[in-house]
Design a protein around this ligand. Structure first.
Ligand SMILES: [Zn+2]
Length: 140
């Protein structure tokens, strides 16, 4: 959660840049029961600023799961791997949708982000599957 006030015009810019979808799980805000949060990609706790290049639109579940995290522990490498950055990375470079609603990692960054943000929680996969079936979000 942001501690700093985010001006309305900046919120609008972020929502438009995100095409009104969560920039992590891709679910549109229009089908959510709760308004989306503005996420500090690099958390304020880690020194992230409240500027366009460090803000992303995130659904409640992604934002709460991410918290102030900026990296994920990679067990085999015994190293921290940064999380996906919606302002610097292309979503499809790191992730792929399956028709089942599952999000599959294409990279280590994607793998760690899926784990930290709990993107493949059973309920979330089920909801995305229904949204894919309805043509609201595209697989692939
Ligand atoms: Zn999300």
């Amino acid at each position: 959660m942001s501690k700093t006030y985010i001006p309305v015009i900046l919120r609008r810019q972020i929502k438009e840049a995100a095409n009104h979808c969560c920039e992590y799980c891709c679910v549109p805000e229009a089908v959510s029961f709760a308004s989306y949060h503005i996420d500090h990609i690099i958390s304020e706790k880690q020194g992230g600023e409240t500027v366009f290049s460090n803000l992303a639109l995130a659904c409640r579940l992604c934002n709460l799961s991410k918290g102030s995290s900026i990296a994920a522990w990679h067990e085999f490498r015994e190293a921290l791997i940064r999380l996906y950055n919606p302002r610097k990375d292309a979503w499809h470079q790191h992730f792929q949708f399956r028709p089942s609603g599952l999000i599959v990692a294409r990279t280590e960054i994607g793998l760690g982000t899926i784990r930290v943000l709990n993107l493949n929680d059973l309920n979330r996969v089920s909801a995305r599957s229904a949204l894919i079936d309805a043509g609201v979000i595209m697989e692939g």
